[in-house]
Design a protein around this ligand. Structure first.
Ligand SMILES: O=P(O)(O)OP(=O)(O)OP(=O)(O)OC[C@H]1O[C@@H](n2cnc3c(O)ncnc32)[C@H](O)[C@@H]1O
Ligand SMILES: [Mg+2]
Length: 667
């Protein structure tokens, strides 16, 4: 039988294998929950018989030691507020829950949970538990409903045990450090501090529990909860990422993690959930404002309207004992269970609820009721190992794409022109207002942005330049030629869309039937030598009287006869006319086609005049040279009419027009 995993993308296979492993270990309810959470997530389509479903069933069956069921098409479960609750599979640990092992055994689960209950504000619902049940806020089938009064009877607040002023001050600092942000560092250093003071764990726990009630903002309370959570997590010595979204979901998931780690029993967790979700606590009276104030003014305890200065201990009343003996009960503090807006002194008069005045549990319930399932996306930091660290290579734009870009801008421009009531109005969009640093263009919503032609042109050039080979090598052994070529390219109106470099190679002086043939052969040799795109140049001086000779062999004639000899060649002829010919050749690489560009300048052979630094320049007087030999002319004047200038102009135009295809050919 074919392996259903074959053909799946490696990351999908991996995802399926991990998921199957987790589901096999955690049971059907876990699977149900994961399915609900990922109903609209295409990455988990295999859960509801999308891509990879067969492989998923196979891996799952292997884990479970069963036969994979046939994959029938299913629809992803629609997120429902009242989903079907499968039978729980996790055995509920025996109560009371064991305190976490390790040095911080003094911080019992009930203590931590009582602290949390204070933060979250109370009340009831059913017992028993599982992750699925908790997350769905549902009730386990057949389980009796939780009696809230009963829960409260069993979950008593622990006694608040006195701390030394110094420890109290330090604890104050730990909690204050979480006021604005539960940063990883703040939580970690808080946990380390608690672990260092593990001998005082029960005292610290009870102080945290009491203080949490008085923290002014819900966020601050939540941050302290994170600290408690971190502590318990570390104690349980197991790390696993949270993957639940939303405030309430986060809290409930936290509770479930504690269940998973044996810190809480499932029963306890369900009770905590009941308390967290409750809008009111039965039979718990709201404290009188003065009680709260009195409690708030207790040594080291900030009042409800006080903010905690970092690392600052509250003043101790004069004459008060510095330190109650460890373990000695402190005077009673008011019960602060339940949703008690009166506890927030100064705010009860307004009747206005703000996030700061609504306790965490109530706020979480509100958010849960308005939040659409699946709308929240859990924040997940990017994993650098899975994130590309460099940009992908830039695609070379094709000529068609470039044409489309230009077309687009043209259309845009047409649109602007036609939508403007008049030309004048359009121009107004482009005008800068002297009082307004921003041009109208960027302010008028009805006018589409106009891209100035100069920008379009620059863009086109930049793009076509990028499309060019890295360098086009001008192969020549003649420094004077190179100098002229550079000069001509630099002074041209249109920039050559690639970078010209040069390489001095003395190629063999070939002979052939025609100047064209010689030039083509030379260029092929050059491309072989450079192993890339090249351009070459061959110059001839052709006497009409001698039927084109010396032509391509002018180099030898010049070397052997000099300027005088070049004149003497025509001594027997009336016709002193000649033309200079330049053949530029271009080749994309070894074995590629050679393109030839032919430039000519008519003139006559005269006695040498002018500087003698470049070939036969002193003896050639161009017809358009106003009586001057090439040697007597300025560089600009010569290049404007020269054989070289003309051939190079043709080459430039061709390359600009065929930039992309030449680049493609040169690959
Ligand atoms: O390496 P390559 O490019 O072949 O350089 P080269 O000096 O060998 O040049 P040619 O084979 O094209 O030979 C042409 C001869 O004409 C000379 N020459 C070329 N262009 C010239 C110009 O514009 N004016 C005067 N003399 C020129 C050049 O110095 C050579 O003696
Ligand atoms: Mg040569």
């Amino acid at each position: 039988m074919a392996d259903p995993g074959n053909g799946l993308a490696p990351d999908l296979r991996k995802r399926i294998e991990i998921m199957a492993d987790h589901i096999a270990r955690n049971g059907a309810e876990f699977e149900t929950t994961v399915k609900q959470k990922n109903a609209s997530n295409p990455q988990f389509a295999f859960l509801y018989n999308g891509e990879g479903a067969e492989y998923y069933q196979q891996v799952l069956a292997k884990h479970r030691g069963t036969q994979a069921p046939p994959v029938a098409p299913l629809r992803p479960p629609a997120p429902s507020p009242t989903p079907v609750v499968p039978a729980p599979v996790m055995p509920a640990p025996v109560m009371p829950a064991p305190a976490p092992a390790g040095q911080f055994s003094g911080m019992t689960a009930p203590m931590a949970m009582t602290a949390m209950a204070n933060m979250a504000m109370p009340l009831a619902s059913p017992p028993a538990a599982s992750l699925a049940t908790l997350l769905r806020g549902g009730q386990v089938q057949g389980a009796p409903p939780v009696e809230l009064a009963d829960v409260l009877r069993r979950w008593k607040e622990p006694q608040v045990l006195a701390l030394t002023p110094e420890v109290e001050r330090q604890l104050h600092g730990v909690i204050a450090s979480l006021e604005h942000m539960a940063s990883r560092d703040a939580i970690k250093s808080g946990r380390l501090w608690i672990e260092c003071n593990s001998a005082l764990a029960p005292h610290i726990a009870s102080h945290i529990m009491r203080r949490v009630s008085f923290l002014v903002t819900c966020a601050h309370r939540l941050h302290v909860l994170y600290l408690v959570h971190d502590l318990l997590q570390t104690e349980a010595a197991r790390k696993e990422p949270l993957f639940v979204t939303g405030v309430l979901m986060g809290v409930l998931r936290l509770v479930q993690l504690w269940v998973d780690r044996g810190i809480l029993s499932a029963q306890e967790a369900e009770e905590v959930k009941a308390i967290t979700m409750a809008k009111e606590l039965p039979g718990v009276l709201s404290p009188q404002p003065q009680q709260v104030t009195a409690a708030a003014m207790r040594p080291g305890v900030p009042g409800p309207s006080q903010t905690m200065p970092p690392m600052a201990g509250a003043p101790r009343p004069a004459g008060a004992p510095c330190l109650a003996p460890y373990g000695a009960p402190m005077p009673p503090v008011p019960m602060l269970h339940g949703y008690q807006k009166q506890a927030l002194a100064g705010l009860q008069q307004t009747g206005i609820q703000t996030p700061e005045t609504v306790p965490v549990g109530v706020l979480a319930s509100m958010i849960a009721s308005v939040a659409t399932p699946g709308r929240h996306v859990r924040y997940k930091p990017l994993d650098p190992a899975m994130t590309p660290q460099t940009l992908p290579p830039m695609e070379v734009p094709t000529p068609q794409l470039l044409a489309k870009v230009e077309e687009f801008y043209e259309d845009l421009q047409d649109e602007v022109n036609s939508s403007a009531a008049s030309k004048g109005r359009f121009e107004e969009h482009l005008r800068f207002d002297t009082d307004d640093p921003f041009p109208q263009l960027f302010r008028t919503p009805q006018s589409p942005p106009s891209i100035p032609p100069v920008v379009v042109e620059a863009l086109r050039r930049a793009m076509s330049k990028r499309a060019m080979p890295q360098a086009l090598v001008f192969v020549t052994g003649n420094a004077k030629k190179l100098e002229e070529v550079k000069h001509i390219l630099a002074s041209g109106e249109e920039e050559l869309p690639f970078e010209v470099t040069s390489q001095k190679v003395d190629l063999p002086e070939l002979q052939g039937a025609s100047t064209q043939e010689i030039a083509v052969q030379k260029c092929r040799l050059a491309a072989e030598h450079v192993k890339g795109p090249v351009m070459c140049e061959d110059t001839s001086l052709c006497y009409h009287a001698l039927k084109g000779l010396p032509g391509p062999y002018i180099k030898w004639f010049l070397e052997k006869l000099g300027h005088e000899g070049l004149n003497k060649l025509l001594a027997g002829y009336e016709d002193k006319s000649a033309y200079a010919q330049c053949l530029f050749t271009l080749c994309a690489g070894p074995g590629k086609e050679v393109h030839v560009f032919d430039g000519r300048t008519e003139g006559k052979i005269v006695e040498a005049r002018g500087p003698k630094d470049f070939g036969w320049d002193p003896v050639f007087e161009a017809l358009e040279g106003e009586g001057k030999t090439f040697a007597e002319m300025t560089k600009e004047a010569k290049n404007a009419i020269s054989h070289r200038g003309r051939a190079l102009q043709q080459l430039r135009s061709w390359l600009i027009a065929n930039a992309a295809s030449f680049a493609e050919e040169s690959k």
